[in-house]
Design a protein around this ligand. Structure first.
Ligand SMILES: Cc1ncc(COP(=O)(O)O)c(C=O)c1O
Length: 391
């Protein structure tokens, strides 16, 4: 097996990269180190690049359906990695998970119905609820010195009081990096089952699980299959977000029909021809690349944690159990939001994601994407240290 070189710096400027090319358009200074939006500065597995080249060389780019072998490859992936046994009839493909979340909100709720989420959470969760004119109910996670957990009592009370119809679960959780345990998922699922709440489990980060933690897919709880919609994607796992393909599994036939009907209203049918070629090669051949990537990411995570602990003790970082996103707590610096922004952007020259976009309880935090070559991460950490020291 080749050793993949994740230390290699790949110039991403002038590739229409949201992360690297759009500072001006987004009101940011140029030349920041971009560690914000969640894609990686690494090349996808060689076999994926080769499959895309082959597809491009063919030169005819008509309407496309998945290859016949795709479902079998996908099924093996989920069975081997997560002990999840999926059926072809459960699968519907969408051009992304956020697209599917929005479909789900319209499919399973009516206007003004309540939808519950767990802030701080990936900000499109709130956006798809609000933009579809549904009522957003927040079940804030409990933050105990950087250790996040679910407030089950608050969850159940809010479900009952608001007549919640839909729960958008983030498993593993972005941005706090928790891999929800079997017991936590059973408790949440049990409450939802009892109160007829459909659960949309966004499992896009499920292939990034660090040593010592075990991820359970919502697909592995047969008792919840009649209320479950599970969103998966090769987009994060293999760094293919720009190809736009996600695989949504809905075991219950009635839920499936509702979702499919709403999805069809969007007018979207066949996915991108390159997405099919890339996803097939990724799930078929990408396992070894992923193992090596995970080791690299875990080392990046540990480097960053140790560096911050030793050099910037007023910022705290609980090592994420999953994801390549560090959730940094700046609160002990005692800065106003404007001062914190000035510190990160102007003084440190970093482009991070500001904590408050993930919810009010994200104030005073920054999310840092450490899926980059170590030398870039070292430079970013040093810049942050120097900026904090000069305060
Ligand atoms: C939890 C979560 N869901 C969904 C997405 C985006 O998925 P997609 O690009 O398939 O819409 C992200 C990207 O960061 C994410 O973190």
């Amino acid at each position: 097996m080749p050793r993949y070189d994740f230390d290699k710096i790949i110039e991403r400027k002038n590739t229409c990269s949201l992360k690297h090319d759009c500072a001006k358009e987004r009101g940011m200074p140029e030349n920041l180190i971009p560690l914000w939006v969640a894609d990686m500065d690494f090349c996808a597995p060689r076999e994926v690049v080769d499959a895309l080249k082959k597809r491009a060389e063919h030169g005819v780019f008509g309407y496309s359906e998945p290859a016949r072998e795709y479902f079998g490859v996908l099924k093996s992936w989920f069975s081997a990695r997560f002990r999840a046994d999926v059926s072809k009839e459960w699968l519907i493909q969408t051009p992304g998970i956020v697209f599917a979340l929005s479909d789900a909100v319209r499919a399973f709720t009516d206007e003004n119905d309540a939808v519950i989420i767990q802030p701080p959470v990936y900000y499109p969760f709130g956006e798809v609820v609000r933009s579809n004119n549904r009522r957003l109910v927040n079940n804030d996670l409990i933050n105990d010195g950087g250790a996040y957990s679910v407030d089950f009592r608050d969850f159940e009370q809010k479900v009952i009081r608001n007549g919640v119809k839909l729960f958008l679960l983030c498993n593993p959780h972005n941005p706090v990096g928790r891999v929800w345990t079997e017991a936590e998922l059973k408790k949440l699922g049990g409450i939802c089952l009892e109160h007829n709440v459909t659960v949309v489990s966004d499992e896009i980060h499920s292939c990034f699980i660090y040593g010592g933690f075990e991820y359970k897919s919502f697909l592995t709880f047969p008792e919840f299959s009649r209320i479950s919609v599970v969103c998966t994607s090769p987009g994060k796992t293999f760094n293919l977000a720009g190809l736009q393909l996600s695989d949504i599994f809905i075991p219950d036939a009635a839920l499936f029909r509702k979702f499919a009907a709403e999805h069809n209203k969007s007018g979207y049918s066949q996915l991108n021809a390159f997405a099919h070629a890339g996803a097939l090669a990724a799930y078929k051949y990408g396992g070894e690349w992923l193992e090596q990537l995970l080791a690299y990411l875990q080392a990046n995570r540990d480097f960053l944690k140790d560096y911050i602990e030793e050099n910037i003790p007023k910022i705290s970082m609980t090592p994420p159990e999953s994801t390549y996103l560090a959730w940094l707590d700046f609160n002990r610096l005692g800065l106003s939001p404007a001062e914190q922004k000035d510190l990160v952007v102007n003084k440190a020259g970093l482009w991070l994601d500001r904590g408050e976009i993930f919810g009010d309880n994200g104030r005073g935090f920054e999310r840092l994407n450490f899926a980059c070559p170590r030398s870039v991460l070292e430079q970013a950490a040093e810049r942050l240290k120097n900026a904090v020291n000069e305060l």
